[in-house]
Design a protein around this ligand. Sequence first.
Ligand code: FAD
Length: 462
Amino acid sequence: MNVAVVLYTSDLRLHDHPPLRAALSSCDRVVPLFVRDRAVDAAGFAAPNRLAFLADCLADLDAGLRERGGRLVLRSGDVVAEVGALVRECDADEVHMAAGVSGYAQAREERLRAALEAEGVRLYVHEAVVTVAAPGAVLPAGSDHFAVFTPYFRRWSELPPRPVAAAPRSVRVPEGIGSDPLPRRADVTGVSPGLARGGEREARDLLRRWLRAGLSRYADAHDDLAGDATSRLSPHLHFGTLSPTEAVHRARTAATGHAADPGAEAFVRQLCWRDFHHQVLAARPETAVRDYRDRRDRWRTGAAAEEETEAWKEGRTGYPVVDAAMRQLRHEGWMHNRGRLLTASFLTKTLYVDWRIGARYFLDLLVDGDLANNQLNWQWAAGTGTDTRPNRVLNPVRQGLRYDPAGRFVHRWVPELAGLDAPKVHEPWRLPAPDRARYAYPDPIVELADGLDRFRRGRDTG
Ligand code: FAD
């Protein structure tokens, strides 16, 4: 009998899972393993929303494996030590896992490879599991990554698609392997009340509904803040309960059966943004904390900046669309992409506060929070990243008027302003004083013109 361990990380699914398929084709017994990694907790990444969602994902993965005769083994501690112990316990011949992207994931892979080699066990690291294309699958001449999205998208689109693999029918786990109890969502405290449910079944249902009812409107409606016309698949892509390759494939064949469908192409383009940021982070792991392009910003610090940052976090900046988006984040552990763009621009450009502070706050709450997408989108918004127009500043009033023209998004999340119609709802400070007093809503914490001025002066443009 030969045995393989499949180490699950950000790929918590059975469908389209190359490591599991490879393990099943070369070994009679397979141990699907997830390690609750202490290093992730120690680094402050174990945010309640993600822990709760993870608990759903693990329970669902276990249920899916049990339907196929197997089960999930859970261990807690240092990943390398736990995999080593399990390999000895079940006398495994090989270990399979998906390639990671972050500096931590790359180092984990190296440590694991060295430890397993010392035991005579082979580690197979499978590419293109957490992303559609492996970082480095397409490269510009003379560089280890693409710094600009459009040429990346062009080359990425030309890659021959990897076939989507079906879920296995049966998984046989060796007898007598112990497991820690699976975590339960109900045991996690501090979870956002409107947090979505996790798990592969949920992901597949959501994808099915999205392809049927959402995709065709996506090209026109994805920026409509109140319309909720995006897929909301991001947490599933983050935890890997949905394969990004399968999402691309099914979007392309869903609506009309040909690739020219505008909704499908716009959606696939967004999935490519995800790969784009992953290939930047894989090549430049330090950009999780350091500027991708150092503009020598003199970010504001001190009491006033801290107070304004608190107001931003709590959704009381006095700019309704900013506050609405920040309150959505707290309530759902998720925020619309347009909201993320305009709140990030507001913090980094209007308040001129360091992007790392905003990125950290997002990571504390976002159920889809991940280093590649979060840190590099923050850098994009702050102008330190890959945006080719780093000095653009999003005006929150114009953003509100354009992406929430009827004010429905603001009304939903800022009930203090529910009685105020658009367009006035986007500029409540312009109301005559007696009218204004009827709404228990703060005055703007900063004048937009002052913010813009400070941003321009703060940058070392020399
Ligand atoms: P859809 O519009 O349905 O898009 C489909 C998928 O494409 C998404 O699920 C996501 O995987 C991917 N995608 C879409 N836009 C982007 C983008 N700009 N960059 C990378 N991938 C994208 N996304 C995360 O997954 N995790 C994060 O931590 C994260 N932080 C962000 C922080 C800021 C400041 C900004 C501006 C954006 C951030 N994004 C992040 C990207 C984007 O906002 C979310 O992926 C998107 O809002 C998720 O909603 P959806 O699934 O409905 O997206």
